[in-house]
Design a protein around this ligand. Structure first.
Ligand SMILES: [Zn+2]
Length: 483
């Protein structure tokens, strides 16, 4: 059993504006972190977010805008921070790879790999996609272009430092075959194939071609490859917060959880795991790979097609809770999903306004009307009701959320609300004469609604907190204004 939880999302490049994929990843990570805090304590959870501020992509973008790279990343980092506030993301640390702390720590990790005999120098010639910040193979190209970025890669010919990942092939594939450490299952095979054939990678660039990065220890002619420096953040973020690696990474009782999208699978599940081995660290305990958000028609969103949905506009148009609820309950947790505004509106109206919100107001109204003498009294809950409407469904919720099946978990909560609505309709306490019976029904429902609100607090913190207040004060209110 784990008693500590370290959750981290990937660090997006600070070269542009946040998109829906970032929103999905941050909100998933936030919901998991809030859940872990609710079952453990604040002190036993650490949630890391941040930005990746190095690399050729940022260097070239700054050049294009006539800015120094640091000016560009300062500006864009603030945009990402503001975006996290807008989304109400409860991170414990916001990491910047341009910080001196990060650079020093990245060098320390480099030196560990070097001492382990895992870093060597070699002349290299290869095709590099700036969009991917990665070397690409001839085989992967479509019409000579990177299929992800629709751009021709550039030819790079230089002498670089290499990381001997081939040394860890067996460990990297054994780690995946040993069980339940990656979700979804269908990503496990893809990663297994990559890891069982993993080759050494270049982990530096000549400073002449890329002056923006972390200098390689004892070789001022080279800077670290952006992925190498950025990936060390997951470890350094702990040190930066005075948390020891023994307690927060190499500890069988601490669950380390990395959340990322499909384009990052090889980096997080392959290259970084090899780096961990080379640093003498444990593998990540849980790799969670979310899907891609597609457009209304199921196509990839892209600026050139003009079908990109801006998350900030969506939140302004509707509201934050509707947006957060939709990304978790309306989207598959691990597979690709289309973004449909009509579904966002439907889910908010049917699940939150009608199912939950109406029941909440109805129960409070009846409690006041009947001047109930007890409400929210756990000692007086009826046993059958407790078993059928609370214990059993909440156990299923727990089972799903412990497996990080966020969508399934919260659909369960909506089911609980539906059952509770059926219960009150069937019992019809407004027609009853027997005061004890009326009080019992309303008390049962008040406890159920309070438990539902506590769980919804990890998904829609603002509204759920108000719902709890309404119950405690027995005050009606419009919680979810219909969209
Ligand atoms: Zn690319």
């Amino acid at each position: 059993m784990f008693n500590k939880f370290y959750i981290t999302a990937t660090l997006p490049y600070a070269n542009g504006n946040p998109h829906l994929g970032h929103a999905l990843e941050f909100i998933q990570a936030d919901v998991i972190s809030r859940y872990k805090r609710s079952i453990s304590s604040k002190d036993n959870v650490f949630f890391n977010l941040g930005v990746d501020e190095h690399g050729l992509k940022i260097y070239l973008k700054a050049k294009e805008l006539g800015l120094e790279p640091i000016e560009l990343v300062n500006k864009n980092t603030q945009i990402f921070k503001d975006f996290c506030s807008l989304l109400n993301i409860s991170y414990d640390n916001f990491y910047r790879t341009s910080s001196d702390f990060h650079k020093e720590n990245a060098k320390k990790f480099w030196n560990i790999s070097f001492k382990n005999g895992d870093i060597y120098k070699k002349k290299y010639k290869g095709l590099y996609c700036v969009g991917c910040e990665s070397f690409v193979f001839e085989n992967d190209l479509v019409d000579g272009k990177c299929p992800l970025h629709n751009k021709k890669p550039i030819l790079i010919e230089e002498e670089n430092w290499f990381l001997k990942l081939s040394k860890y092939r067996k460990a990297l594939s054994d780690f995946l075959s040993s069980g339940n450490n990656i979700k979804p299952d269908f990503k496990s095979n893809e990663l297994y194939n990559f890891n069982s054939q993993i080759s050494d990678i270049s982990i530096s660039r000549s400073v002449e071609n890329l002056p923006w990065g972390v200098e390689v220890p004892n070789d001022s002619s080279q800077v670290m490859y952006v992925w190498f420096d950025a990936l060390t953040n997951y470890l350094s973020a702990l040190k930066f917060n005075n948390k020891s690696y023994e307690e927060w990474w190499n500890n069988e009782n601490c669950e380390t959880i990395q959340i990322f999208g499909p384009d990052n699978l090889r980096f997080q599940g392959g290259i970084f795991q090899g780096m961990l081995k080379s640093f003498n660290f444990d593998f990540t305990k849980k790799l969670l790979c979310h899907g891609t958000i597609l457009d209304n028609n199921g196509n990839k969103m892209s600026k050139s097609i003009g079908n990109v949905v801006d998350p900030i506009e969506q939140i302004n148009k509707y509201n934050l809770d509707a947006f957060r609820y939709y990304l978790i309950v309306g989207m598959s947790t691990f597979a690709d999903s289309p973004y449909k505004e009509s579904t966002l509106v439907d889910l908010y109206n049917s699940h939150l306004a009608n199912n939950f919100g109406n029941l909440l107001n109805r129960v409070i109204h009846l409690a006041n009307k009947n001047e109930v003498s007890y409400f929210l009294d756990e000692n007086k809950i009826e046993k059958d009701f407790n078993n059928n409407f609370i214990k059993e469904p909440f156990e299923q919720f727990n089972k799903y959320i412990e497996e990080y099946e966020l969508q399934k978990a919260f659909l369960k909560i909506n089911e609980v609300n539906s059952l509770a609505n059926e219960y009150i309709t069937e019992k019809a306490p407004w027609k009853m004469e027997n005061k004890d019976e009326i009080e019992n029904i309303l008390n049962n429902l008040s406890i159920l609604l309070y438990k539902v609100s506590s769980i919804l607090e990890i998904l829609i913190p603002n509204s759920a907190k108000i719902a709890k207040d309404m119950l405690t004060k027995k005050e009606k209110g419009i919680l979810f204004e219909k969209l």
